[in-house]
Design a protein around this ligand. Sequence first.
Ligand SMILES: [Mg+2]
Length: 192
Amino acid sequence: MRIGLDLDNTLADYRLPLERMCAAYGVSLPQSDPKVALREELRARGEEGEWTKLQGELYGPLMSEAKPFPGAEDTLLHWLSSGCEIFVVSHRTRHPIAGKKHDLHAHARSWIMESGLAVTGVFLEESKACKIARIDSLHCRVFVDDLPDILEHPDFPEVTRKILFDPGSSHRVAGGAESAATWMQIKQLVRV
Ligand SMILES: [Mg+2]
């Protein structure tokens, strides 16, 4: 069985670097998603461009401060030892849209290596359409993503089971997707 996984905010939890960024910009630490709080605050200050640059840092050099979500490591090991193949399929441009020209693909690959997450292969795709085409060509039996946009996309393969990773339980589930707030729940949903 082939399992496909998104990377950012599905495997990689950016809470630590985001909380540090919030502190640096004087944004009070929210109970919920620090990314949303920081983005909304910078937008409100008319600094949307600053937010775009910060994302290049976050998914670049600051990715080393991200941690796998609790339970992800165990779940991947369990799947792999049960004979599953696990593919990371991520939509990531090679370089940030603004700011320093970091190699975002290299940062993603090193993070996966250093996190010790057990995966069979990694595909970093330049566009959402390429990501969906990859999920299709890999014939993933199931795909886990934190973005409803991907799972609800009209070209998303019909045969692939959709699981929305929604730690803040903030999305409505549509397009036949199931929802999980933790990696423990994902493990329970995907029995191998
Ligand atoms: Mg994501």
